[in-house]
Design a protein around this ligand. Structure first.
Ligand SMILES: NC(=O)c1ccc[n+]([C@@H]2O[C@H](COP(=O)([O-])OP(=O)(O)OC[C@H]3O[C@@H](n4cnc5c(N)ncnc54)[C@H](OP(=O)(O)O)[C@@H]3O)[C@@H](O)[C@H]2O)c1
Length: 348
């Protein structure tokens, strides 16, 4: 292996307004060389990035920070690489916890090689024989979001009705299958016929509809869930939330995981039907995945046997090459991903 490389990176050109575009990001090769060794005494770890996760919150980080920005994590810096969750291989380490050859997952910059000070980087147990890419999703932040959001926020019971928006995506596909495992009646919405087919025929949803072809969302919900909705797992917000509020049952629960339809609008859409929260005694709660960090071991105990015994199917949409990262990330906001969007940067 060479001792130095010119690192390829995906940088943010400038803060964005409106929807993220591919041209807001630029793939560059650094003019300086990166040494493939860490400095003794630095406690740093040098990793080669293998998989990068494309997530909707990254679009919010492309905006200039201001008090009305939703961002939970700091905005990206123009001219610098964007960052997100990734799976990497340790090339060199000055931290005794990590050794050359280890595989890790956690936050890294979008680049071929990263030097990290490993706070919040987790070692991967390769004896758990699953694809490494799973640590960008089902075995990482996405899985914990689906698990905590569904089991801890929604308190599901067997026989209840569950509706999930963006149901074929990274989080949605897991919530739907967790709900089926609980014995719930599960309905999902998604933005294409192909995605609806996957919901019905791959993930075992009881019913599903393509919201883009439904002129009346209220009617679509009444058709699929005539008895009403006990649990709504909210991924999109806007018109869908408004229609769902009219169809919730008394004492229903809404877990507000995300509102992707609103993230890049000039102004959030107004919700008309919030008064139903009062009369139907609905519990509506937002959350972020980090709220459930203490439940991570419990989550793994639940999810790993489900993967092994094929009780859960996990669909990924893997795009290869760092240069295709901008299109993959931006595609999330146009529904181009089918399943969890992952970027493969290098061979394992
Ligand atoms: N609270 C947390 O900690 C947390 C953690 C992870 C994710 N999230 C949130 O969970 C939601 C799903 O995230 P994910 O990672 O699983 O993404 P994903 O569902 O895999 O990908 C995003 C999907 O959103 C749908 N979408 C995009 N624009 C839309 C619009 N204007 N209206 C309706 N649907 C739209 C598209 O699916 P269709 O083709 O079906 O439209 C797209 O494929 C997002 O809102 C995200 O911000 C929250």
């Amino acid at each position: 292996m060479e001792n130095t490389v010119r690192n390829k990176q995906v940088i943010l050109r400038d803060y964005i307004e409106g929807f993220p575009k591919e041209s807001d990001l630029k793939v560059v090769t650094a003019s300086n060389t990166t040494e493939l060794k860490v400095k003794p005494g630095s406690m740093a770890v040098l990793v080669k990035n293998l998989y990068l996760s494309c997530d909707p919150y990254m679009g919010i980080r492309m905006r200039e920070p201001n008090p009305s920005t939703l961002a939970l994590i700091d905005a990206f810096v123009p001219g610098k690489p964007i960052a997100g969750f990734g799976v990497s291989k340790v090339i060199d380490s000055d931290d005794p916890v990590f050794e050359k050859g280890d595989y890790v997952w956690g936050l890294v910059d979008w680049e071929e090689y990263s030097t990290i000070h490993p706070i919040g980087i987790f070692k991967i147990d390769i004896n758990i024989n699953v694809p490494l890419s799973y640590y960008t999703g089902i075995l990482g932040m996405i899985g914990l979001t689906a698990y905590g959001g569904f089991f801890e926020i929604c308190s599901p019971k067997k026989g209840e009705t569950v509706f999930i928006s963006a149901a074929s995506g990274a989080v949605g596909q897991l919530v739907g299958q967790f709900a089926k495992l609980m014995g719930c009646y599960v309905v999902g919405s998604a933005g294409s016929k192909q995605k609806v087919d996957i919901l019905l025929n791959k993930f075992g949803f009881d019913d599903a509809f393509n919201y883009k072809e439904e002129p009346d969302l209220d009617a679509a919900l009444k058709r699929c869930l005539p008895q009403g909705i006990d649990i709504y797992f909210e991924n999109v917000g806007g018109k869908m939330l408004d229609a769902v509020l009219m169809n919730m049952k008394d004492n229903g629960r809404i877990a507000v995981c995300g509102m992707i339809s609103q993230y890049h609008l000039k102004a959030n859409e107004r919700i008309q039907n919030l008064p139903f929260v009062i009369v139907k005694k609905i519990k509506m709660q937002g959350f972020v995945c980090f709220d459930f960090l203490n439940s991570f071991p419990k989550f793994l105990e639940f999810v790993l046997p489900c993967i092994k015994e094929r009780k859960l199917i996990y669909v990924e949409d893997i795009v290869e090459g760092l240069e295709n990262g901008p299109a993959a990330l931006v595609g999330l906001f146009h529904g181009q991903n089918v399943g969890k969007q992952v970027l493969k940067v290098a061979r394992e």
